[in-house]
Design a protein around this ligand. Structure first.
Ligand code: ZN
Length: 167
């Protein structure tokens, strides 16, 4: 029986409050305002690799600033994720313009954001890259808790309970 973990390390469950900003300091996302902490299992790929790396070795209550480059974030934009589709795939009453965003569906049924990259005649080129691809991300994280993962959580590869996975 090992002692309860006090620092962020592989195999423990960590709760965080975070604010994510872009290079201009603009807030992109945050769970600080009345939200529950986000829970993740360290080493299971639950969060961005660059963010997890910055939290390793930190303790409950620590404030961590992490600058995450695209390679450890959402990656660089990839040309193969630009796809030409017929204009008829879009609502006829909408004036399709570059930069417009639609909700699409991936082949396995997940909702994915789709951005219009170009419009040329009857062909619309859509961009299926993650909206944050190519961006350096600036996180400010407060570690709200560190605890031992249950055997079930370790087996599933994600935390259960508040801020975690619900089945
Ligand atoms: Zn589970």
């Amino acid at each position: 029986m090992s002692a309860a973990p006090t620092t962020v390390q592989t195999g423990v469950v960590v709760g965080i409050y975070y604010t994510l900003r872009d290079a201009e300091g603009q807030e992109i996302d945050s769970n600080r305002k009345g939200g529950k902490p986000l829970a993740f299992l360290v080493g299971a790929g639950n969060i961005l690799p660059g963010l997890e790396k910055a939290l390793i070795g930190k303790s409950k209550g620590d404030l961590v600033k992490a600058e995450v480059p695209p390679a450890e974030g959402y990656g660089e934009p990839r040309d193969e994720l630009l796809e030409p589709v017929p204009r008829t795939a879009f609502p006829p009453d909408v004036d399709i313009k570059p930069g417009m965003q639609f909700q699409g569906t991936s082949q396995d049924g997940r909702a994915i954001p789709i951005k219009v990259a170009r419009v040329e005649g009857d062909t619309v080129t859509i961009d299926k890259n993650h909206p944050l691809a190519g961006q350096t991300l600036f996180f400010e994280v407060t570690i709200s808790g560190v605890r031992t993962a249950t055997a079930e959580e370790t087996q599933h590869g994600h935390p259960h309970g508040p801020g975690g996975h619900h089945h």
